[in-house]
Design a protein around this ligand. Structure first.
Ligand code: PLP
Length: 350
């Protein structure tokens, strides 16, 4: 089978056969001339947002393609990665038949997405030191396992996975490997985006919500083989990305120097926080982190969580996750916020 045949074989037959909605802005593609637009029942009075957005986000994809070293047809853009993940399941997983592999402790949205779409999940826990159990993963697949979700850096543990393990999964897994690189700017050397040229079953998901500082704008990106992107485009809402988001992201792409500075500052602050917290006796372990947060094992996570809330500081308590009993997940803040956290922890009873 060639790549196209393999990908169509993984896709839901209904989606392969689907005739997608043809929006006004797709039916007539402007060649740059000034046109009178009487085709989409819009309000004609200019307010900056009175026109529908470009349904396939051509200008933004062109800029992102340059920035990522890809072609525009390898890019799907969604309303946050959350929407991207959901579209993926819709396009590839047949409800009540297909399955997805999850690797707990992992990002909670994969399970929710699977539940919404009627997709059974199979859990293959990470090893004790939060690494991939490659043999276990490859053994757990069957002919209905359509995708596996691998967040690297992982949430909530913060660590990246070995590239050799990811390659072993790409080669041995007969389905889509969704590598969620939401935090990759904090560990750029771990990115596997370059593997897209070799593996037609790899999807790399990134976001503007974390290092890019635009969680409120909602932009998630999926980079993959053009056949995968074409299937995702088929199932998306016609105008899923609004005008304001597209413009804000284009502006942000011109400010990557500032983003780099912020990333460096966050990484420096993360190390300072880790060093300071190491001397607090009820903090037992701080796990290795390649992200803008870290996971810490404490004596009693519910108690410490509540004590921090009393002092006006909110962290996350992911203790219900597999192998995460008595842990807290801490996002790195500004210098002042981190100082407040250190002081608050120092005032707590041992
Ligand atoms: C691993 C991972 N993927 C995706 C997301 C969600 O990203 P977005 O804001 O683009 O929906 C998060 C958010 O916490 C995350 O931790």
């Amino acid at each position: 089978m060639n790549s196209k045949e393999r990908i169509l074989h993984w896709a839901r037959p209904e989606i392969v056969a689907l005739k997608p909605y043809q929006s006004a802005r797709q039916e007539f593609v402007n060649d740059g001339r000034e046109m009178i637009l009487l085709d989409a029942n819009e309000n004609p009075f200019n307010s900056e947002v009175n026109r529908y957005p470009d349904p396939l986000q051509g200008k933004l994809k062109k800029r992102l393609a340059e920035a990522k070293g890809l072609e525009s047809d390898q890019i799907y853009l969604g309303n946050g990665s959350d929407e991207v993940l959901n579209q993926l399941m819709i396009a590839f997983c047949q409800p009540a038949k297909d399955k997805a592999l999850l690797l707990p402790p992992t990002f909670g949205m994969y399970q929710v997405c699977a539940d919404i779409n009627g997709v059974e999940t199979i859990a293959v826990p990470l090893t004790k030191d939060f690494q991939l159990d490659v043999a276990g993963i490859l053994k757990a697949q069957d002919k209905h396992t359509k995708m596996i979700f691998i967040p690297s850096p992982n949430n909530p543990t913060g660590n990246c996975f070995d590239r050799t393990d990811i390659i072993a999964i790409l080669e041995g897994f007969n389905g889509l490997v969704v590598l969620d690189e939401a935090y990759v700017e904090f560990a750029a050397e771990f990115s596997c985006i370059d593997l897209l040229t070799q593996y037609d079953n790899l999807l790399v998901v990134q976001t503007f919500s974390k290092a890019q500082g635009m969680a409120g704008v909602r932009l998630g990106m999926c980079f993959a083989h053009p056949e995968i992107i074409a299937l995702m485009n088929k199932v998306k809402a016609p105008y899923n990305l609004n005008v304001l988001t597209q413009e804000a992201v284009l502006r942000r792409l011109e400010e990557q120097g500032l983003v780099q500075q912020q990333v460096q500052q966050i990484l420096t602050e993360k190390q300072r926080l880790i060093d300071e917290l190491a001397s607090i006796s009820f903090i037992k372990t701080i796990y290795p982190s390649h992200a803008n947060f870290f996971l810490a094992k404490v004596d009693n996570s519910s108690k410490r969580y509540s004590e921090l809330i009393e002092r006006g500081i909110v962290v996350r308590n992911p203790s219900k996750n597999h192998n995460c009993a008595n842990t807290l997940r801490v996002t790195v803040g500004t210098v002042e916020e981190n100082n407040a956290l250190i002081s608050a922890l120092r005032t707590m009873d041992i």
